[in-house]
Design a protein around this ligand. Sequence first.
Ligand SMILES: C[S@@+](CC[C@H](N)C(=O)[O-])C[C@H]1O[C@@H](n2cnc3c(N)ncnc32)[C@H](O)[C@@H]1O
Length: 147
Amino acid sequence: MSGDALALAQENAVLNDYRGEFTTLQGKANDLMKSVLDQGRTYDLVVLDPPAFIKRRKDQRQGEKAYHQINQLALRLLAPGGTLVSASCSMHLSREALMDVVKTAAAHRHRQLQVFAQGGQGPDHPVHPAIAETSYLKAIFARDIAG
Ligand SMILES: C[S@@+](CC[C@H](N)C(=O)[O-])C[C@H]1O[C@@H](n2cnc3c(N)ncnc32)[C@H](O)[C@@H]1O
């Protein structure tokens, strides 16, 4: 959504001497994903790093639904053999729950996924050993094993 962030992305592509096609789209992620889908495009890599959909306990049900929707949309955009990176920064969505979102989305879309890596937070985001929710950043790296 941020024009400034997209301009920085363009600048980074130049700084990194990237010579391939580099396009940015500005707008609401869900709308853009649907419009690209309507154009019949698919991608070898889809990275989901949405804002926290579950900020408070009362958002749990609605938030989980949003994670399911966006992950299913991402899988529709993922080319056969492609890689999905699905992240969540919701402290009320556990790593296991995110894995379940990815698993369920794959089942709905009839895709076979293989999780080959998982990410978490770095040392600048220390975890309180008694407060599980302080370990809130997680990411799942999964490849589609087509055929
Ligand atoms: C967890 S951050 C992603 C951070 C990013 N991966 C990075 O490394 O800088 C989520 C981002 O989604 C943006 N955002 C929130 N709602 C959005 C929407 N409906 N469509 C597109 N982007 C949105 C927020 O402004 C925020 O920058």
